[in-house]
Design a binder for this molecule. Structure first.
Ligand code: TRP
Length: 335
């Protein structure tokens, strides 16, 4: 069966290793299967819901995120890469879906709830931000996506989308497709930051970015949180909670060597600098080709915009077809 897969990212910053292992890699794998049709969206409208006063930030990061996509190997000849705001049909669908969702239901969305608290919005939460789960339902259903690869935190969005699909189909007739979340592979969903403090994130400043130069990657790895009690090389060290080993488990191919290094570290006699040097090699094996491709594309940003424009044009055709079915089903295709 053909899968229609849709996912996207808010362009509020460059993408990092957490995005890479948690989602970008899976997308590239999915893209390789000719039975899959992928739509990857730069969710600039969603990013604007809490950045209305700073559109410049979104505009800049739109190209950064697009560069990250191209750098990891998302291929515009196979995958439709597009920009949310350039598909007006998504906003139209949102307006119709909003009538099927109560304010109370949106308020109970755990992710929105957590974000409102975290951003200290209180009653001054922008209405657009408050209803973004409904707009996300439009993103997904416009393409009749049946699979949506997302992180754990997006599960409530998928549940909300499923409810909207049911409500729409029950009210107006079977038009929309119910999507399923595809969650990241085990242990890949929450790559911790280099400081070991929670998830890798821009706000915590603990990330390694796909755009980081080899120098920056080296410095970041050298500053990584290891075992604070492993002071002398001879000291026995702890592997659990030691970011170098956490990252080696995620990125390293040579599991036997990693097991030996862990043994040696636990016994004592293996210094942090040695394991960090090894991790740098491991990361560079993955990051160097990505960086090279990113630099290539970055030389011609006009071409990157052309890719986004072509993707948006072809995405709009699909969304327009769905919108037209939706309006017919609702009985509002008057003319
Ligand atoms: N909410 C997603 C994020 O925070 C971005 C997004 C917008 C999205 N619309 C989507 C993801 C539709 C999957 C499907 O990055």
């Amino acid at each position: 069966m053909t899968n229609i897969i849709l996912t996207g990212d808010r362009p509020t910053g460059r993408l990092h290793l957490g995005h890479y292992v948690g989602s970008l890699k899976t997308r590239v794998e999915m893209q390789a299967d000719p039975m899959n049709k992928l739509f990857i969206m730069v969710a600039d409208m969603q990013a604007l819901t809490d950045n209305a006063k700073n559109p410049e930030k979104i505009r800049t990061n739109l190209t950064e995120v697009a560069l990250d996509y191209l750098a990891v190997g998302l291929d515009p000849s196979k995958t439709t890469i597009f920009v949310q705001s350039q598909i007006p049909e998504l906003s139209e669908l949102t307006m119709y879906y909003l009538n099927l969702v109560s304010v109370g239901r949106v308020r109970r969305n755990p992710t929105v709830k957590a974000e409102i608290e975290q951003k200290k919005f209180g009653e001054s939460v922008p209405t657009g931000f408050f209803i973004y789960p409904v707009s996300q339902a439009a993103d997904i259903t416009a393409f009749k996506a049946n699979l949506v690869p997302v992180g754990e935190d997006q599960k409530p969005m998928l549940e909300q989308t499923q409810e909207i699909v049911h409500s729409f189909n029950n009210t107006y007739g079977e038009v929309l497709v119910e999507p399923k979340a595809v969650l990241p592979p085990k242990n890949m969903g929450r790559l911790p930051g280099i400081d070991g403090n929670g998830k890798m994130s821009k706000s915590l400043g603990n990330g390694i970015y796909l755009a980081d130069t080899a120098d920056v990657v080296q410095k970041k790895v050298m500053s990584m949180y290891t075992d604070p009690n492993h002071i002398h090389v001879e000291d026995p060290g702890q592997v659990e909670g030691n970011m170098v080993f956490t990252y080696l488990d995620v990125f390293g191919q040579d599991k036997e060597k990693i097991a030996e290094l862990k043994e040696h570290y636990r016994r004592g006699g293996l210094g942090d600098v040695k394991i960090k040097r090894y991790l740098i090699d491991v990361l560079e094996a993955e990051l160097a080709p990505i960086r090279t491709r990113r630099e290539e594309y970055a030389k011609d940003l006009g071409e990157v915009l052309n890719i986004l424009q072509a993707g948006s044009q072809s995405a709009e055709k699909v969304a327009a077809a769905t919108l037209s079915e939706v309006k017919k089903a609702m009985g509002i295709a008057y003319f």
